[in-house]
Design a protein around this ligand. Structure first.
Ligand code: PRP
Length: 187
């Protein structure tokens, strides 16, 4: 049983059990694709942190984990389009198999930035795994290699995703009520 629905939420979009099952499947797929190889799995902070923690436990090939902090949204509901690298990774990825783990691909700007970033750092291979894909918002022609769920153009929070740093700890994915973000975005 999920906890009572937070009053700011319109509805639960994806239940915790459904997320867990899908993460298990994607973890198996990654393990099979990288059989016999090592992986460096990079969590893109902060949104991916819960997905990342669950996903790496479903991967059976040896992994190293690293963290990269990046932000693009500012504080509102719309992406600023400007990407800020706030915390670099601490290791050399030259010649390594990199797996980028993101919570969502929206415009695609962040994923494009990350692919270029790791290519410049000399990674041997670069793959991306995302929890949510919102193709209707795409600006850059890009697609992640592993996608858990394709979602509509609603404001989604929970399981790591936030609005103004709230709701990341919800154990499910939910749609935020419009009035909760529209009122805050009007200056
Ligand atoms: C979100 C999300 C992705 C990016 C996707 O990050 O985590 O990194 O935006 O948007 P895009 O495809 O339009 O580039 P955000 O800046 O909200 O930071 P957070 O991960 O700390 O929540």
């Amino acid at each position: 049983m999920e906890k009572a629905l937070n009053l700011d939420l319109k509805k639960i979009l994806i239940e915790r059990k459904v997320i867990q099952k899908k993460v298990e499947i994607i973890g198996k797929e990654i393990s099979s694709d990288f059989a016999g190889k090592k992986l460096i799995v990079i969590a893109i902070l902060k949104g991916s942190v819960i997905f990342f923690a669950d996903l790496i436990r479903e991967i059976t090939v040896p992994v190293e984990i690293e963290f990269l902090r990046i932000s693009s949204y500012g504080s509102g509901a719309e992406s600023s389009g400007k990407i800020c690298l706030e915390q670099e990774i601490a290791v050399d990825v030259t010649g390594k198999n990199v797996l980028i783990v993101e919570d969502i691909v929206d415009s695609g700007n962040t994923l494009k930035f990350l692919l270029d970033y790791f290519a410049q750092k000399g990674a041997q291979s670069i793959r991306s795994c995302v929890l949510l894909d919102k193709p209707s918002r795409r600006v850059v022609d890009i697609k992640a290699d592993y996608i858990c769920f394709e979602v509509p153009d609603d404001f989604i929070v929970g399981y790591g995703l936030d609005y103004n740093q709230k709701y990341r700890n919800l154990p499910y994915l939910a749609i935020l009520k419009k009035e909760c973000y529209i009122k805050n975005d009007i200056q």
